[in-house]
Design a protein around this ligand. Structure first.
Ligand code: AMP
Ligand code: ZN
Length: 141
């Protein structure tokens, strides 16, 4: 546990959270400032700052929880869709430095748009640049 982490404090029961799911590795609770009714956060119980810090077995639990939570949230608020997203790192808008997946119910005409909407413009990349990027990622996984 990280002492001054708000999500660790929720996991430890030191501050209240509206828990909707819990197992040995994962906790899911309602976001305190929901972007839509039913906005839920899914967190590993252990403190990890970024997605790549989460060990593989905990990552599996995290994903399998998302797999169950997403349809449950949609059904609970009668939403036809959800945006499921991780702000992974401060520059990406992560404010709480404890990995958390957002499950945000979506409704027709809610004005939210796709995640593409968070980017104002797109880079123009040549085939050579794309080749380089493809290779750079490929050689690291
Ligand atoms: P992010 O910007 O991805 O780090 O998102 C952090 C989220 O945590 C925001 O949507 C907040 O509304 C939510 N949040 C912050 N404090 C609490 C809390 N005590 N209980 C539930 N959700 C919280
Ligand atoms: Zn934490």
């Amino acid at each position: 546990m990280s002492e001054d982490c708000i999500f660790c404090q929720i996991v430890a029961g030191e501050i209240p959270g509206r828990t909707v799911y819990e197992d040995d590795d994962v906790l899911a609770f309602l976001d305190a400032n929901p972007l839509a009714e039913g906005h839920t956060l899914v967190v590993p119980k252990e403190h990890h700052e970024r997605l790549n810090d989460v060990p593989a077995d905990e990552a599996e639990s995290l994903y399998s929880t998302l797999h169950e939570i997403v349809p449950a949230v949609e059904a609970a608020v009668d939403a036809p869709a959800t945006t499921v997203a991780f702000n992974n790192g401060e520059e990406a808008g992560q404010e709480v430095p404890h990995v958390h997946g957002h499950v945000v119910p979506r409704f027709e005409g809610d004005g939210g748009g796709p995640i593409h909407g968070i980017f104002g413009s797109r880079p123009e990349l040549s085939d050579d640049e794309l080749d380089e990027i493809e290779a750079a990622i490929d050689e690291r996984v």
